[in-house]
Ligand binder design. Sequence first.
Ligand code: ADP
Ligand code: MG
Length: 390
Amino acid sequence: MTQQAREAILPGATIGILGGGQLGRMMAMAARSLGYRIQVMDPDPACPARPVVDACFEAGWNDALTSAYMARGCDVVTLEIEQVSIECLDAASRFAPVRPGAALLTVIQDRIDQKNWLVKHGFPVGDFRAVRSLEELQTAVRELGGRCYLKSATGGYDGRGQAKVGFTGEASEEEIRQAWQDVGTCACIAEKALELDKEVSVMVARSPSGETKAFPAALNHHENQILVWSVIPAPIAETLATQAKQIAEEIADTFALEGLLAVEMFVTRDGKLLVNELAPRPHNSYHASERACSTSQFEQAIRAVCDLPLGNVEVLRPAAIVNLLGDTWLHAAEEDRTPRFDEALAVPDVHLHLYEKAKPRKGRKMGHLSAIGATAEEAVARVLEAAKRL
Ligand code: ADP
Ligand code: MG
């Protein structure tokens, strides 16, 4: 795609972020380093971004009035969560450019629209069916071979809003009915459960003037549908890594993306690369970019939305992260102690990142550990050793 003249929003300007969770916090920290001011909007007045921003507006994802109010004081607005309502984005866009914009968000917010968009533009995806009733689900499960992931069309993350069927023998009518209940008896997508060899992701940034840069692929390890650890660069065949990067760049260009887009992909046992899902924001699987790469995903997000030249995405040294869930805190509390961060930090080249979330809950992302290594394998071994010591 041809590049247009830049209209950079220079340091000193104010960036608005819809969402003040850990992704908003880390974007805000990168923006501060570059000399920007930051405002966020989040339903939680004690959100992780709050301590590092200039202003925090307490409002839900449907609060178009507050979104507009925040945007009035901003030079550009971005987001850290894709569930912000389109009304909020439209309201903000009356006062400042919103990047990524409502057109892209409309497609991504709904898993059915997202999958249909990918198919329409020729990107590879696994077999799926859009499902709007229990009867349709029963048919879909049969047609997809009996073993499926059911995902609500809107609102899910970290495996929430999902159910699995047919994993313990043939799916009975009762199991299918239960799954339909579990995801909330709403519009869903039923996906054939794929035999996975690996999961990878590619973070791509594109600026409004058309510059596009994709980071080298990350390798991601999930358990119970939630990311446990991730490493950059993915230790995978070069042809596969190149193919993954190309797919991400093509998606970004087709959308005329302004900002970041994470493309989650499956590598199946028979060697196929399939797109799983898209996230138009920083992504958990690229937290290690802060250690691995010349430019972190958070700085790249700011450069992209401000139309600054994109940073070099080269990997300088392999780095890995492991997520720290509330479970670690709860487990320590049972033993009447706090997590042993000092022990974890004694592992060479390990670093701690906490999001200042007050209440640990099971499955809640509280922070992560990162480590560099001479190889991807060594970086992973180090973070896992450090996590074990907590
Ligand atoms: P979320 O929005 O919660 O990240 P995903 O669709 O990415 O939802 O699913 C979470 C994880 O569940 C994936 O990373 C993968 O490990 C597993 N998973 C999801 N869909 C499938 C599928 N069709 N086949 C095999 N594994 C899947
Ligand atoms: Mg996912």
